[in-house]
Design a binder for this molecule. Structure first.
Ligand code: ARG
Ligand code: ZN
Length: 855
């Protein structure tokens, strides 16, 4: 069934207080929920509670057990026909967490109990009004075996605990902040923890704990340091303080997403907690810092102010992603962070916008809410917030967020409430801007320039393609940050243009020389840019622009002038190639001030971006041409690549400071090119780096370069890595992924072989993503011309449909844009999607993706 925003109605009942009593047991768990229920509107209507995938044991109102005739129950709800206007409801349910492979509700991971309730998992724990606009104060009591579960955690502050005489013990937690059920959490198990503390700006001392399995406990320090930085940053930048005595984080190996912001008790995918220099790469460290921050920032943007309904998901996610992006930018290189975020937006969100699941940042309808934890909600949502900040300025934005937090604290609100806060705090009109929330699709802007009489005229047109359910679009309001550079590099003007019309002209006079335009600085709007700047103009930007994003983008555009026609024609244009080669040479030989940026500048546009820009995607061609260009650059620039490699030193400083990380990044970028020459001397160099490495960054980079090359001892290297790391699941994730994305043909047998490796498990989402998910991104191997890759994918999805529908749905989404591919890929994908559609017993998650894909 489809749920519509227009059908939203306020809840008829509220549950201001709830007490949950869990008897946790390996075989089955008994839950007694005691709720204070109050009618808030209507009269005489029945109470309808959400509930699924559990056993109702008993039901009582004001202490009196209900007979079977007094309620009705179906697969998704419980209806109590006659209820008073205010009463106590007691619900007893029985759960089987050890059999819960969907990882939603109460489940077990490595034998420990944990929960995931967002979006609709709480209804698998007890019958409840499982909707975000019903806020309750929770008291939770946990009882479990002392030996199996020495640790008993829930939301809020601990209030009491004790021993029973049957080898069990108990703990009670109380969370004073009213919250929706999706923020409920419990954890019970055999866990160790590291502890620290943080003193808030107003002087409250907060205890900070990170829990992990004992063998991982020495990998929690970076997460702890990141948490403290996040807490300080949110005070400094947004004036937001933490509001409980304790903040707990728990790392679990089996988790559907990245992490979850449950009040006072975050549950994390261990990938975003555990790190040391032996097992985690610099990228992993950055990922941990940003996800720890993201979940912490939710304490205000999500928990204190929450969502009225799930159509408002971007209210908390878009805003919180924007907050974590800016936090990371402040902690490291702002330009590199922006480049990575734009790359990811283009790879995932632009793809989504161009496919059958395209939806606005505030969707109008959905079938399965789990399918709407999307790049559009998260990443495009963050871009929309970023544009508002650009329009009102940093100070005006802070006034707006202050007003928002102040006005809506303790409430469940809408994206409209956020926009209104920004508007009212700045006395501006964002009526047209709101279209970013309701219109889907990626807008394009086309820029034309002319220069006469010392005047530069920029004519800018915008358009947005049709998307499902939206044939025609109105023009967006968007900030376009620009600057004008003289050919000498001098910046003569910088300003933010505001585009509001389908077509608009902007004039800049008094320019004795024709300037070079630095357009869309900082990627100030999430659009595609069509702007034919000459090679010379692009090279001026590469050399002189003080906006890191534009400098990088200019280099990318120069490379696209080589790659896109080459993909189309099947051959490389020599003139275009020389221009890219010369630009690379210049970058490699000029004095370098920013190694992290240089590493980014030396990367060709990703295969996924090339696919995104293609009219009809030729996946194999994209992969082959890109590889050819890498190899030619490698051969032609071997010596400068080697010089830069050697300058970084074999074993750079072990540490995580920006300088060391930048040096590793540049070193490993150049190593990739050196290995791509195919020369034995560079195989030896990489092999030496692999064996001598003192960080996982250096080890994995050398490993990847060799595994992706024609290195004759590849298999021995793969085996060596395996022997060394087979006991570390997060490192094995990398081992699977690097093999799955190797740019070579006939990889499918290897993938199938890897699925029977003892460290692989189809029940573990990280493993599915790192092997099967990574394989689907392999433009050469996945897109076999006999369709075997697609058949393999659908076989996996059919298997996962019963094990974990959320993961199954994500996986099949990778080919839901099948119409964008050239033949024969398009028809072969369609055939497999049809086969899947004809399966019996598809979960609603999978059904929504497949039916929309085939419509
Ligand atoms: N709110 C979490 C985050 O972004 C995501 C959890 C969503 N989980 C899910 N199963 N849909 O931080
Ligand atoms: Zn989030």
């Amino acid at each position: 069934p489809t749920i519509y925003l227009k059908d939203y109605q306020k809840p008829e009942f509220l549950i201001p207080e709830v007490m949950l009593d869990f008897a946790l047991n390996q075989a089955s768990t008994l839950v007694v929920a005691t709720m204070q229920v109050k009618r808030s509107s209507g009269s005489g209507t029945p109470l309808v509670l959400h509930g699924e995938k559990m056993q109702l044991v008993s039901l009582a109102i004001n202490g009196k057990t209900l007979s079977d005739a007094e309620y009705q129950i179906d697969a998704e709800s419980l209806t109590i026909l006659n209820v008073p206007d205010a009463f106590e409801l007691e619900v007893q349910t029985e759960l089987l967490p050890h059999l819960n492979t969907e990882l939603s509700g109460l489940y077990q991971s490595s034998g420990n109990f944990c929960t995931q309730c967002e979006a609709e998992g709480f209804r698998r724990i007890t019958y409840f009004l499982d909707r975000p606009d019903v806020l309750s104060v929770y008291r939770v009591r946990l009882t479990a075996d002392v030996v199996d579960c020495p640790v008993l955690l829930s939301n809020g502050n601990p209030v009491a605990s004790g021993r029973n005489d049957d080898n069990t013990h108990w703990a009670e937690w109380f969370d004073p902040h009213p919250k929706p059920s999706y923020l409920f959490a419990l954890v019970a198990g055999n866990l160790e923890h590291v502890t620290d503390h943080f003193t808030t700006a107003s002087g409250n001392k907060v205890e900070l704990n990170i829990y992990a399995q004992q063998h991982n406990i020495e990998k929690c320090d970076h997460a702890m340091a990141s948490l403290k930085k996040s807490m300080r940053w949110d005070e400094d930048v947004y004036g937001r303080e933490y509001d409980l005595d304790i903040y707990n984080i728990v790392a679990v190996d089996d988790f559907n997403m990245g992490a979850m912001e449950n009040k006072g008790l975050n549950v994390f995918n261990s990938k975003y907690v555990l790190a040391n220099q032996d097992t985690a790469t610099d990228l992993d460290y950055e990922g941990i810092e940003s996800v720890i921050a993201h979940e912490y920032f939710h304490n205000w943007s999500g928990n204190r102010v929450t969502c009225r309904d799930w159509f408002q998901l971007s209210l908390k996610e878009g805003f919180t992603v924007f907050r974590d992006q800016e936090f990371s930018a402040d902690m490291g290189s702002r330009a590199v962070k922006r480049i990575r975020d734009v790359q990811s937006l283009r790879a995932f969100q632009f793809k989504e916008d161009a496919g059958p699941m395209a939806h606005p940042v505030r969707p109008d309808s959905y079938q399965e809410i789990n399918n709407f934890y999307t790049s559009t909600i998260y990443q495009k949502g963050a871009e929309v917030i970023r544009m508002m900040r650009e329009l009102v300025g940093v100070e005006g934005f802070r006034r707006g967020t202050d007003l928002y937090f102040d006005r809506f604290d303790g409430q469940a609100v809408t994206t409209e409430d956020f926009v209104t806060s920004i508007e009212q705090a700045n006395d501006i009109d964002l009526a047209q801007f709101r279209l970013w929330y309701t219109q889907s699709g990626t807008p394009s802007i086309r820029v034309q320039q002319s220069y006469t009489d010392q005047t530069l005229t920029l004519t800018i047109q915008q358009s947005c393609p049709a998307t499902p359910g939206q044939d025609r679009k109105r023009p967006f309001q968007m900030p376009l940050c620009i600057a004008l550079l003289l050919p000498s590099g001098e910046k003569v003007l910088q300003q933010t243009l505001v585009l509001t019309e389908d077509e608009q002209s902007f004039e800049f006079s008094g320019l004795p020389e024709q300037p070079v335009v630095s357009m869309l600085r900082g990627f100030s709007a999430p659009v595609k840019l069509e702007y034919n700047q000459s090679d010379d103009e692009l090279l001026t930007l590469v050399s002189f622009d003080d906006d890191g994003f534009v400098r990088w983008e200019a280099m990318q555009r120069l490379c696209l002038k080589l790659l896109l026609p080459a993909v189309e024609n099947g051959s490389i244009n020599e003139a275009a190639y020389s221009r890219v080669r010369d630009a690379f040479l210049k970058l490699l030989t000029e004095p370098c001030h920013d190694k992290a940026m240089l590493a980014e500048m030396l990367s060709l546009p990703t295969a996924s971006y090339l696919a995104e820009l293609s009219e009809a995607i030729e996946p194999r061609q994209i992969s082959l041409i890109r590889q050819q260009c890498v190899q030619r650059l490698a051969k032609d620039l071997e010596s400068p690549f080697h010089t830069v490699y050697a300058q970084q030193g074999q074993n750079t400083d072990f540490s995580l400071d920006a300088e060391s990380m930048a040096s590793r990044s540049l070193k490993n970028r150049t190593l990739m090119y050196l290995v791509a020459t195919g020369q034995p001397a560079y195989y030896a160099l990489a092999s030496h780096q692999y064996h001598a490495a003192n960080t996982m960054t250096d080890r994995l980079s050398a490993f990847t370069a060799l595994v992706h090359s024609s290195y004759p001892d590849r298999q021995a290297l793969i085996d060596h890595f395996y022997q060394q790391w087979k006991d570390d699941p997060l490192v094995m994730d990398k081992w699977f992924a690097m093999q799955a994305i190797a740019p070579r043909d006939n990889l499918l047998p290897d993938i199938e072989q890897l699925m029977s490796n003892p460290t692989f498990s189809i029940n573990n989402p990280n493993k599915v993503r790192s092997l099967i998910g990574a394989f689907t991104s392999n433009l050469l191997a996945f897109h076999q011309q006999d369709g075997a890759g697609y058949k393999f994918l659908v076989d996996c999805v059919i298997q996962l449909n019963t094990i974990n529908p959320q993961v199954a749905a994500r996986l099949i989404s990778t080919i839901n844009n099948w119409r964008r591919y050239a033949q024969p890929y398009q028809s072969l994908m369609c055939t497999q999607l049809e086969r899947l559609a004809n399966e019996n017993g598809l979960a609603s998650d999978v059904t929504e993706i497949v039916s929309k894909a085939l419509k």
